[in-house]
Design a protein around this ligand. Structure first.
Ligand code: 86P
Length: 175
């Protein structure tokens, strides 16, 4: 009887990784994530000179979003955004020019729980710099606004990208 229990416990330990671990994590953590809408400017004339960076997850629905991720306990939001961008895209603060006066908050539900995502806006200083993905993502794309909106299939994220474009073209936030 004792040995059966030991085997069962070991099996439970083994499935403690992957999705089970992730679902347990979700059930205890408040869902808050932070990241950057990263853009680069090309030589073309406006508006085609602006491209946005989107990453495609290697898990789940394989959805596309800008680099972002969960806030660690005790971490401030901007530090999270910078850490996640370095981890997920290989781009650090030294590679970015962070825009003043642009911060967008998205709220949506993930598996029945409210999630808040904060996005800052940042320009890649060297447009030729390459992106280095982590295991969390399987692909990345630099895309003009309309293509970026097709990849980012969520209405709120599409609106955020449109607001970023408006901000970059006019220097003003959309009301
Ligand atoms: N095994 C496994 N493991 C997973 C899974 N899933 C995650 N992991 C692990 O967690 C780590 C990631 O940790 P971080 O990087 O720190 O966090 P985030 O960046 O926050 O990443 P998430 O993917 O958790 O969160 P979202 O992007 O928010 O996607 C969640 C759902 O929300 C919807 N959704 C997404 N975006 C929008 C939007 O803009 N607007 C709207 N309206 N809806 C949106 C969409 O339906 C989507 O399915 C990975 O390494 C994995 O280990 C999974 O399914 N199976």
């Amino acid at each position: 009887m004792r040995s059966i229990c030991a085997v069962q416990v070991r099996r439970l330990d083994m499935i403690e990784s992957g999705t089970v671990h992730y679902l347990r994590y979700l059930s205890v953590m408040a869902l808050r994530a932070c990241g950057f809408i990263i853009f680069r400017r090309l030589a073309q004339s406006p508006p085609d000179n602006i491209e946005y960076l989107l990453l495609q997850t290697s898990y789940g629905e394989h959805h596309w979003t800008p680099p972002k991720g969960h806030v660690d306990p005790g971490e401030d939001d901007l530090t999270t955004a910078l850490r996640e961008t370095r981890e997920e895209a290989g781009l650090g603060e030294e590679h970015l020019r962070i825009a003043n006066n642009f911060l967008k908050e998205l709220r949506y539900q993930v598996r029945g729980k409210d999630k808040t995502v904060l996005y800052w806006l940042a320009e890649l200083r060297d447009p030729a710099m390459s992106v280095t993905l982590s295991e969390e993502h399987q692909d990345h794309r630099w895309a003009h606004l309309e293509e970026a909106c097709k990849l980012a299939s969520y209405k709120d994220l599409q609106e955020t990208l449109r607001e970023a474009q408006h901000f970059l073209e006019t220097g003003e936030k959309k009301e």
